[in-house]
Design a protein around this ligand. Structure first.
Ligand code: AHR
Length: 781
């Protein structure tokens, strides 16, 4: 028997016009070596150990010596631009056939495509032999020359701009500069861009990546990070400064090099480029600012010296939105953009927690509201789905009436399925949710499906969940800092993950207003009881630890298992119980961290262990002895359920208690409650459904996710005149472990078909393990 779904097209519910967007984070070489079209790595010879201990001025550069001899040195005496003080002195000590230097690019080399042209640019000067030519060439890694052009140097810096066309396709090529004659040839800002960039812009974005992003049709873009925003020195001129947008404007050769989290950033993609890209792909820019505090190093700007941080925010608002009567508005116009950018929302902080952040948030929040009261501000609830930091962020948002709170979480697919109702329980009276980072920790079809089902829950709560973006967006396969990611690439290929295609379906068929509907199996919270039973293990995560008087008590019967004392060496573990069948129990122990200078983390009390992949843990005094977590692992994917800050004093003894009542977990230290959380049961609903209206086309969009292994046939009544044909866009795969790859980039990809409507009813079968979009044109007649 078919199920029946009635969509009440004339009963609009919540506005969701900005719900799905992207988070462009410069991580995993998403910008340099990624979206930024530059093919030369370390173009200005600015790489240094500050960026990464393995870097130096000649990283990615190698000598070319045939017959002759060259010495490569990095000099600083007379740079092209003071912001980029280093340059290469190529000292030809023995003249030869082919003497110079080449750049090996990113990944396997410089990617060349047959008949495509490339813009070469460099600054050059030399100390003698001015009549001897320099040559730029595109070559194979064996040295075969594909294309070359010559130029002459002067004794002063001269900018050379040339075009080279490649007769071949070679993704392992080299960009080479050689010179005839003797003595020093100086080079700086050696750059090669494909002419074929996104929208054919000079200094533009890599076309395939930009198109993958544009194809999503995101409604907003959060940028530029991520940890990138807050990691680093508070001095904007320091080589490892936090991300300061004013450093990112103007000619590329004048932008200062900066340390990204652990690589170099040229700032070639700067704030102008971010804003312009948003405009080009029709999305709303949402920049993220540091609040003058680095939560990693805990360095904070003094509270009475916050003006530079306030100015960074106010000036950016002026830069984006004001006219030539303001300094920063004029600056934007001078940089070639006379129209303002549509900036109305900003974020202060990227998952920052701790009092130092909230004090500074308050200062910046007030300054923005005073000068630009119409700007909406996103506060921060830290990196975890619940716990002390999350609560503190929401409290701060209450205090300051922040329009939004940025939530971040990376959990298992089981968590996403089990937490479908997370936002149903949120207050409707408080700040709205900006879900700035989330992902289910792998790129398999199972993960994408779980995320899709969760997104249906976001739509059901579109009155309070106003923005949501998967994270991170991009990853270069040879420079992975964070996994999973939505789009993977190397220097010449790109593929979208199943997670990408889910995001694409939901963004391409976004809709603007949710619609009321009736469905017999409407998803609702089921009061299922989940029990946490299984083995118990004690593990030292850092120092030697002493556990005394350990015992387990059955909360219902009072029965006790006395376990006694353990001394666990650094990194060691102790199997305490293979299996505990109770589901209501209290584990009590006395914990002392033994003195040891070099290790800091505390211990893990693993409980409810069903097997190596499925367990719970209380991680106490971890993260450099700063935090305590309840952790859960489902099918090998571990994640933080809830967090609390905590630091132990060596040598002091703490009374630790863990209480489990079915799925309710509480922890106590010296009688004081630390964690209090419920591990939600993973209940798969018969069908996850959402109905939305696209205001522009008048189309009714049904989103349906079937996570079961059997099909669900539904008769859909739109309670209104509809066209005779529905467009269908769907993803389906019976193997939940399926992933896309360079070899099979579209193993999971969007398929389309049409379905006929009979007597006003669309009968549709939601196949097992599928994500479906049904687009139905309404007929006003
Ligand atoms: O998106 C990956 C990282 O996750 C971000 O840098 C940070 O905000 C979070 O910890």
């Amino acid at each position: 028997m078919n199920r029946k779904l009635t969509v009440n097209v004339d009963k609009p519910q919540n506005n969701m016009d900005t719900l799905y967007g992207i988070f462009f984070e410069d991580i995993n070489h998403a910008a340099d070596g990624g979206l930024y079209g530059e093919l030369v790595r370390n173009r200005s010879f600015e790489f240094c150990p500050v960026d990464n201990p393995s870097y130096h001025g000649l990283t990615a550069w190698e000598k070319v010596e045939q017959d002759g001899k060259v010495r490569l040195q990095i000099e600083t005496g007379n740079p092209v631009h003071p912001n980029n003080p280093h340059y290469l002195a190529m000292d030809i000590v023995k003249q030869g056939e082919d003497v110079g230097v080449w750049n090996v690019g990113y990944n396997t080399g410089i990617p060349l495509r047959e008949k495509e042209s490339y813009n070469f640019c460099c600054y050059v000067k030399r100390e003698q032999d001015l009549e001897c030519p320099c040559t730029v060439s595109l070559r194979s890694k064996e040295g075969a020359i594909y294309a070359e052009k010559t130029f002459l140097a002067d004794m002063e810096w001269k900018k050379i701009e040339l075009e080279l066309t490649s007769p071949v396709t070679d993704f392992e090529a080299r960009l080479t500069i050689t010179a005839k004659g003797y003595g020093k040839v100086y080079l700086d800002f050696v750059s090669l861009f494909p002419k074929n960039t996104f929208l054919n812009k000079r200094w533009g974005f890599r076309r395939d990546l930009a198109e993958m992003i544009a194809d999503l049709k995101p409604r907003f873009m959060r940028f530029p990070g991520g940890c990138l925003v807050h990691v680093g020195s508070l001095d904007e001129n320091a080589r490892d400064s936090q991300y300061r947008w004013k450093n990112t404007l103007g000619e590329p050769e004048g932008r200062p090099p900066r340390k990204n989290v652990d690589y170099n950033q040229t700032l070639g993609i700067g704030y102008m480029e971010y804003f312009e890209f948003c405009k080009e792909i029709g999305t709303k820019p949402i920049p993220v600012f540091s609040a003058g505090y680095d939560p990693h190093s805990q360095k904070a700007a003094p509270l009475d010296r916050m003006q530079p941080w306030i100015d960074d925010v106010l000036d950016l608002i002026s830069f984006a939105t004001e006219g030539e009567d303001t300094y920063w508005g004029r600056k934007r116009i001078e940089l070639g953009h006379s129209e303002p950018f549509p900036l109305d929302t900003i974020a202060i902080g990227n998952e920052e927690v701790g009092e130092a952040f909230f004090e500074r948030y308050a200062i910046i929040h007030q300054a923005v509201k005073e000068k630009y009261p119409w700007i909406k501000i996103i506060n921060s609830a830290g990196p975890y789905a619940e716990g002390e930091g999350w609560e503190r962020g929401w409290k701060s948002a209450d205090e300051w009436n922040s329009e939004y709170v940025d939530e971040h979480y990376y959990q298992s697919p089981e968590w996403f399925i089990g937490n479908q109702f997370r936002y149903d329980a949120y207050s409707r009276e408080k700040s709205k949710v900006f879900l700035g980072e989330y992902a289910s920790k792998a790129n398999k079809w199972k993960n994408a499906l779980a995320e899709a089902s969760y997104m249906i829950g976001l739509e059901r709560n579109a009155d309070i969940v106003k923005y949501a973006c998967y994270a991170p967006l991009l990853c270069n396969v040879d420079y992975v800092q964070w996994n999973p990611d939505m789009i993977w690439f190397n220097n010449h290929q790109v593929y979208g993950t199943p997670n990408y295609y889910v995001q694409k379906l939901f963004m391409n068929h976004h809709g603007d207003v949710t619609l009321d509907y009736e469905y017999e199996d409407k998803i609702q919270q089921k009061n299922e009881i989940k029990t946490i039973q299984g083995g118990i293990i004690l593990e030292s995560l850092g120092s030697d630890i002493l556990i005394k008087e350990m015992e387990i008590e059955n909360i219902h019967t009072g029965e006790k298992i006395v376990l006694g004392d353990y001394r666990i060496e650094q990194g060691g573990k102790e199997n305490i119980l293979e299996k505990l069948d109770w589901s209501n129990y209290r584990i009590r122990l006395l914990f002392t961290e033994m003195d040891k200078e070099d290790e800091r983390d505390g211990f893990r009390l693993l409980f409810g262990r069903r097997d190596a992949d499925n367990w719970y843990a209380w991680d106490a005094a971890v993260g450099d002895n700063r935090e305590s977590f309840v952790v859960e692992s489902n099918s090998g994917i571990g994640y933080v359920v809830t967090q609390h800050s905590w630091c132990v004093t060596r040598g002091r003894t703490y009374c630790m208690e863990l209480e489990v009542n079915d799925s309710h977990i509480c922890t106590y230290v010296d009688g004081k409650k630390m964690h209090d959380t419920i591990s939600q049961p993973m209940v798969i609903a018969p069908l996850y459904l959402s109905a939305v209206l696209d205001k522009e086309t008048g189309d009714v969009i049904i989103k349906g996710v079937n996570m079961q292994d059997k099909p669900v046939a539904v008769d859909i009544d739109f309670s209104q005149n509809v066209k005779e044909e529905a467009e269908v866009f769907y993803l389906q795969c019976n193997d939940l472990d399926t992933e896309n790859s360079f070899e099979e980039p579209e193993k999971i990809a969007i398929q389309t078909r049409t379905e006929q409507v009979k007597d006003g009813i669309l009968t549709y079968t939601f196949e097992p393990y599928s994500v479906n979009i049904l687009r139905m044109g309404t007929d006003p007649a």
